[in-house]
Ligand binder design. Sequence first.
Ligand SMILES: [Zn+2]
Length: 275
Amino acid sequence: MPELPEVETVVRGLRPILMGRAIVRVDSTAAPATSIVVSPSLPGGTLEEVLPGRTVLGINRRGKNILISLSGDLTLWVHLKMTGQFRFTTRDEPRDRHDLVSFDLARPGRVGERFGRLRLYPDTELWDQPGLADLGPEPLELPAEDFIELCHGRHRMIKPALLDQTFIAGIGNIYADEALFLSRIHPARRTDSIAQRKLIELHGQLQDLLIRSIENAGTTIINFVDVEGEGGSFQRLLQVYGREGEPCVRCGHPIRRIVIGSRSSHLCSHCQRRR
Ligand SMILES: [Zn+2]
């Protein structure tokens, strides 16, 4: 699943393509009903009815969510789910059958979206929606002392906490496993049992990983590509994720994969002691 750096990469790729452009036509007939939500307060009730004529005013990220601000005080909220993608093509090319929704732009061009979830809300309703209203803080904007307070205020395993979008936003399996390895913290450790200095290290490692991954245009593990159809290159720099059985870069013990809270965790059980 695309995590914060991958979603940030998509947002940065969309800006030069979409900013200031008007949407002239939308086709969402290929999309399953469950992947599109339009606020009941919007007359027409479909993307085809509401979007044409609107101009893209801003594109931002919150957690793993993409928020496309449109003229008329509306926001198109996109979640890429497991394998969502945007693709940019000319309008002459035949529409790709995998695109669930396509947006024709005023200056020639078309943006297709596939496999994600699109929701359209007036700005006045947007931040009341579950999935945005309950999001935890952004890890790159969270001071270390607030991160410590967050962890010490709960009694739960650190790995599932990091994955919980209401605890902290944007982190998934890859960056959680890598940050815990770099800070030598066992993924099953309870948040309130981890010493302050270890949490400061974890916070620093998380921020450093996210920043470096954004600089490398994210990690391509399954199907992530940016708007230009390029994958990121950060997977070369991963030290535990997807490296089960390979020797730990620090101590040589084999990297293990264990299941914690129904998700797999990659760790070195020699460097990351449970106690
Ligand atoms: Zn090790």
